[in-house]
Design a protein around this ligand. Structure first.
Ligand code: SF4
Ligand SMILES: [Zn+2]
Ligand SMILES: [Zn+2]
Length: 333
């Protein structure tokens, strides 16, 4: 097979586009799609200046997605003083897993010369995920606890680091799965929240080719998120990490068991194989519907009466935030 762009040996046949691509052209298209997403989502604000740059905190886990995101963003903005990048890694306390991926994070950020901060559940909450799984006071999957703790750490540190935006490495497969899960669960309010928290553009692009004309509602209580790799399929990100020789850690977390997401993933990959382009069309439709849902429901900040958690001060609609509830339950075991 030959690359459709240059005739070199092709390493990928992207069935959804019909293109055969060589190593170099595959990597270039990944970079191009990230740059286009940054532009279409209006991530670089008009008022960012070298004196007052927009600070982007990147959630860097050491897995292929966040490593590729960090590397490409660094290449794109290295000479643009309007954007400042900071990498933030979380140590959940998972024996034999996170130590290795943190090594990858350190190697990468040292190579690139990016500021790197590491925070741990042990220091923040005095818990380790390995113990949480043992105790399991709520009878939930590990990821349900871990996700609550992670959101808390990410938003607190994003604020502390002066983040204007929090960027994560979610890819096309991740986002299409989330979209399908929201459909299957009939959760239209969740779609609205998804749009305002991480999907909708900050400003509509000047080239007018953004999928929706609606911009996201400003979130008063949360640092806005963005996912610049969400147009790129997972497999292509993995190939990019390999061809660019990036230090990515590939072992799976031993506690990973989001059973429902796994089922949805299998379904989606089966559809994609028989009907190439399914992931893209799911997202194209979903973004439009999520924008309409956001119009109707106004996102998460609009209706919720946000107060402060009695225990930690985090924004919450209840007396105690979810994280403090879980920590209390763990304490009681
Ligand atoms: S797979 Fe689940 S438990 Fe493991 S790090 Fe991710 S969210 Fe946490
Ligand atoms: Zn080529
Ligand atoms: Zn709290």
């Amino acid at each position: 097979m030959e690359c459709d762009k240059c005739g070199d040996h092709a390493v990928l046949h992207a069935a959804y586009s019909g293109l055969h691509l060589c190593e170099d052209h595959l990597c270039r298209t990944v970079e191009k799609r990230l740059r286009r997403r940054v532009r279409e989502d209006g991530l670089v604000p008009d008022d960012a200046t070298p004196e007052d740059p927009d600070t982007w905190v990147i959630g860097l886990s050491g897995g292929k997605d966040s490593v590729v995101l960090t590397s490409i963003l660094h290449d794109v903005f290295e000479r643009d003083p309007r954007i400042e990048l900071v990498a933030l890694s979380i140590h959940e306390g998972i024996e034999g897993y996170r130590d290795k991926s943190l090594e990858a994070c350190e190697e990468l950020t040292e190579d690139l010369g990016i500021r790197h901060e590491v925070v741990s559940y042990a220091e923040e909450f005095d818990v380790r995920m390995d113990d949480v799984v043992e105790k399991d006071p709520e009878g939930m999957a590990a990821c349900a606890y871990c996700g609550v703790f992670r959101r808390d750490v990410l938003s607190r540190y994003a604020e502390e680091l002066g983040a204007d935006k929090l960027l994560t490495g979610h890819n096309l497969d991740d986002e299409a799965e989330t979209a399908l899960m929201n459909f299957f669960e009939g959760d239209v309010e969740q779609m609205a929240q998804h749009f305002d928290a991480s999907l909708g553009p900050f400003e509509t692009g000047s080239d007018g080719d953004a999928p929706t004309e609606r911009t996201r509602e400003k979130q008063e209580h949360h640092v806005p998120r963005a996912k610049p790799l969400r147009d790129v399929p997972e497999k292509e990100i993995a190939l990019y990490a390999r061809f660019r020789d990036l230090p990515a850690h590939i072992t799976e977390c031993p506690h990973a068991e989001e059973a429902y997401r796994g089922e949805v993933q299998q379904l989606m990959l089966g559809l994609e194989e028989n009907h190439p382009g399914t992931r893209h069309s799911i997202m194209a439709g979903y973004e439009k519907l999520a924008a309409l849902a956001a119009d109707a429901y106004g996102g998460d900040d609009a209706d919720a009466e946000f107060g402060e958690c009695d225990s930690c001060g985090a924004p919450t609609a209840r007396d105690l935030c979810r994280k403090c509830n879980l920590l209390d339950a763990l304490e009681a075991v």
